[in-house]
Ligand binder design. Structure first.
Ligand SMILES: Cc1cc2nc3c(=O)[nH]c(=O)nc-3n(C[C@H](O)[C@H](O)[C@H](O)COP(=O)(O)OP(=O)(O)OC[C@H]3O[C@@H](n4cnc5c(N)ncnc54)[C@H](O)[C@@H]3O)c2cc1C
Length: 289
């Protein structure tokens, strides 16, 4: 990953993120798009789209492939990694923590899709008190301790294998089928999570089957990430990022577009908001142009 200053870092390679990227690229901005391996899991699942102009009856998978083809033809760089944390730098720019590195950017567009729904009851109450969303970030805190990892997708396996090297015991509970190669030290748990055990701090996890796993730490990996956990101070209203008609959030230089800003959760709305965010973030990044 080159150590450079981007004009815009775009979180999400779904319809909103790609539309933002296309419009920023046309304005010659230095951009990078971050997102999961399957860009837009919801669109990928849609069997038939009848309401996106020009593509009547297309499958979501095919429409997504066309969006990506367009972006790649314009040499838009898509890096398959999620952004874990964004910090504002003193000079008004941003640092973005991604797996294996840090990116620097003048502005940000958040296009991370439908808002986060907690996996467990009262998850919020335990955040930072034994509950985390990035095992590799917090791993050293759990050296020689016991942890439970609940993973929404196979990306959790890498983090579990890393934790197996430093923790006493690692329990791995996949919320997906076909898990892959896990370290021999890891205990696979084939049940559903019911709730967190512990008064103030995490002491374990109760399973739907009634079993309780005692643990010092609990990680929930994958699934959607709440945007205000990625960038602190971001204004959220009824679970959606608050934006104005220019797709500006309450943080200068940070824009948001698509499902993450509210209903209707639809492609055309995401593409439209992505365009507005792309144009306004471009202006923000280089106001003199
Ligand atoms: C079954 C189904 C059928 C549908 N049918 C239709 C339809 O017929 N017509 C219609 O208009 N809409 C339909 N939709 C809705 C449509 O798919 C969504 O509205 C659209 O995909 C939203 O686009 P988006 O770019 O806002 O978010 P998404 O497409 O959800 O993309 C979000 C992106 O953000 C990324 N991301 C998340 N967290 C991070 C992070 N921390 N860092 C970096 N990247 C991150 C994800 O990897 C993903 O790339 C359907 C949805 C489903 C599930």
């Amino acid at each position: 990953m080159p150590d450079q200053m981007y004009d815009i870092c775009i979180l999400g390679c779904g319809p909103a993120g790609l539309s933002a990227a296309i419009n920023a690229k046309i304005r010659n901005k230095e951009i990078i798009v971050l997102g999961t391996e399957i860009c837009s899991p919801p669109l990928h699942k849609a069997q038939k789209i009848d309401n996106y102009p020009g593509f009547y009856g297309i499958t979501g998978e095919d429409l997504l492939a066309k969006f990506l083809e367009h972006a790649l033809a314009m040499k838009i760089r898509i890096h398959h990694s999620k952004v874990e944390l964004i910090n504002a730098d003193g000079d008004g720019t941003f640092n973005l923590l991604i797996e294996g590195g840090v990116l620097n950017s003048r502005s940000i567009i958040i296009a991370t899709g439908i808002p986060y729904k907690p996996t467990l009851p009262r998850e919020e109450a335990y955040l930072g008190k034994g509950l985390g969303y990035c095992a590799t970030c917090d791993g050293p805190l759990y050296r020689n301790k016991d942890v439970v990892i609940i993973a929404h997708d196979a990306e959790g396996e890498m983090e579990a294998n890393y934790m197996a090297g430093i923790c006493s015991r690692v329990y791995y509970l996949p919320l997906y089928k076909d898990w892959g190669q896990l370290d021999a030290k890891i205990t696979l748990v084939q049940d559903r999570p019911a709730g967190i055990i512990g008064d103030e701090y995490v002491k374990g996890l109760e399973l739907k089957g009634g079993t309780v796993i005692n643990a010092d730490g609990l990680f929930v990996l994958g699934g959607e990430t709440a945007p205000d956990r990625i960038i602190s101070g971001l204004e959220i209203l009824e679970n959606h990022i608050q934006v104005d008609h220019e797709q500006k959030t309450n943080i200068p230089g940070v824009y948001a577009a698509g499902d993450c800003t509210g209903k209707p959760y639809q492609i055309a709305k995401s593409v439209g908001e992505g365009q507005v965010a792309g144009l306004n973030a471009s202006k923000y990044a280089n106001p003199q142009e």
